[in-house]
Design a protein around this ligand. Structure first.
Ligand code: DON
Length: 319
C-alpha cells in the first residue's frame, strides 16, 4: 500500500508525539461521564466508574501511559482472543475454522438465536457460543491442566504472572445460567468434546482474570509484533497465527459495533464488559485502556474515544 512510499524515519513513532497524543486524549475524556458499568455480573457494577487509564507499547517495549494503568480489573471478553490463540497454537487454525467458525454473527454477544440460526456452526471465537466452544476445543480432560494452559497463555501475552479476580469470578459463576445454556447447546451441536459444564466454568474463570491497561497494551503489542512479546522477548505464538486472530478481532471484536469501530480506526480491537479495550496497530503498537462505563453495545465509552483520537493523531489507521 501507500505505506511503502513513506520513508522509514517518518513511519517510526516519535516518543514525544506518542506521549502528547495519550495525554491529550486522557485529559479530553477524563471528565466524560457517559455510559454505565455492566451490572448483569453484579460485581462489575461495584467497580468505581471514574477509573480511566491509557497505555501504549511500541516495538521497543517501552510503556507510554496516562491515568490508572496499574489498576487491576477483570479482562472479560478480551480473554476470548487468547483462548483462540491457544487453540490455534495447539491444534492449528483450521481447528478454529472447522469447530467454531470465523464469521460475524451480526447478533449480540450472548445470542442464542445466532446458535440456532446456524445450528452451532459459523460462529466465531469472540461471541459467547464460539468462545465457550473455543475453550471446549483446548486439548486435555483434566480441568486443572486446561486451566494452567489458559492462565499460562494470558500470562505469556502480558509478560507477567496473571491471577483471577475471585469476587468477579464468584459473582459471574453464580449468575451465568445463560452461558451454561449456551455451552450445553453448542455441545449438543457437537462443537467440542469437553463436558460443557467444564468448558463454561473454564471460560468464566478466564473472563475473571485480572489485568491492567498496561497489561492490555503489552498483550496487544505482542499481536502487533507477530506474536513476540516486545517486553519479554518471548515468541508466544507463531507469527503465522496472528493474521487470523486480527481478522476475527476486526470483524467481531466490538460486537454489533465492530463495523463502526473499523470505520473510525481501521484497527482490530477487542472489548470487555469490565471496561477494558485492547487495539492492535500491526507493526506499530498495542494500546490498552480501562474505563468501566459502557455504551449500549457493551463497549467502553472513554476507551473507544481515547483510542480513536490517538490512532488519528499517530496516523495509525492502515487504510
Ligand atoms: O460471558 C460473559 O458474559 C462475560 N464473562 C464476558 C462478556 C463480555 O465481556 C462482552 N463484552 N463486551
Amino acid at each position: 500500500g501507500l505505506g511503502a512510499a513513506v520513508p522509514a524515519a517518518a513511519r517510526a513513532l516519535p516518543q514525544s508525539n506518542v506521549d502528547a497524543a495519550i495525554n491529550a486524549a486522557y485529559h479530553q475524556y477524563l471528565p466524560l461521564t457517559e455510559g454505565k458499568n455492566a451490572d448483569y455480573i453484579p460485581a462489575l457494577a461495584e467497580v468505581p466508574s471514574t477509573y480511566f487509564g491509557i497505555a501504549l507499547v511500541g516495538a521497543d517495549g517501552q510503556i507510554h501511559s496516562a491515568g490508572d494503568v496499574e489498576q487491576p480489573f477483570s479482562i472479560q471478553s478480551i480473554s476470548k482472543v487468547f483462548n483462540m490463540a491457544l487453540v490455534m497454537k495447539e491444534s492449528g487454525q483450521q481447528r478454529i475454522i472447522d469447530s467454531v467458525g470465523v464469521d460475524a454473527t451480526g447478533q449480540v454477544f450472548n445470542s442464542i438465536e445466532a446458535v440456532e440460526q446456524y445450528r452451532g456452526k459459523e460462529m466465531n471465537p469472540l461471541v459467547n457460543p464460539g468462545a465457550i466452544a473455543t475453550v471446549g476445543n483446548i486439548q486435555g480432560t483434566d480441568p486443572d491442566q486446561i486451566w494452567a494452559k489458559i492462565i499460562g497463555i494470558h500470562s505469556d501475552f502480558a509478560g507477567r504472572q496473571l491471577e483471577v479476580n475471585q469476587p468477579v469470578y464468584q459473582s459471574e459463576a453464580a449468575t451465568n445460567q445463560r452461558n451454561r445454556a449456551i455451552g450445553s447447546l453448542m455441545s449438543a451441536y457437537d462443537r467440542f468434546a469437553m463436558d460443557p459444564a467444564v468448558a463454561t466454568e473454564l471460560y468464566t474463570r478466564g473472563c475473571s482474570i485480572n489485568v491492567t491497561a498496561r497489561d492490555l497494551a503489552v498483550m496487544g503489542a505482542t499481536l502487533a509484533f507477530g506474536g513476540r512479546n516486545p517486553v519479554t522477548g518471548k515468541q508466544v505464538i507463531d507469527s503465522s497465527l496472528v493474521p487470523g486472530i486480527l481478522a476475527v478481532m476486526a470483524t467481531a471484536g466490538l460486537y454489533d459495533d465492530s463495523g463502526k469501530w473499523l470505520f473510525k480506526t481501521g484497527l482490530p480491537a477487542k472489548s470487555g464488559v469490565g471496561g477494558g479495550l485492547m487495539a492492535v496497530a500491526p507493526g506499530k503498537f498495542g494500546i490498552g485502556t480501562f474505563a468501566p462505563p459502557l455504551d449500549e453495545a457493551g463497549n467502553s465509552v472513554r476507551g473507544q474515544r481515547a483510542i480513536i483520537d490517538i490512532v488519528n493523531a499517530l496516523h495509525a489507521n492502515p487504510y
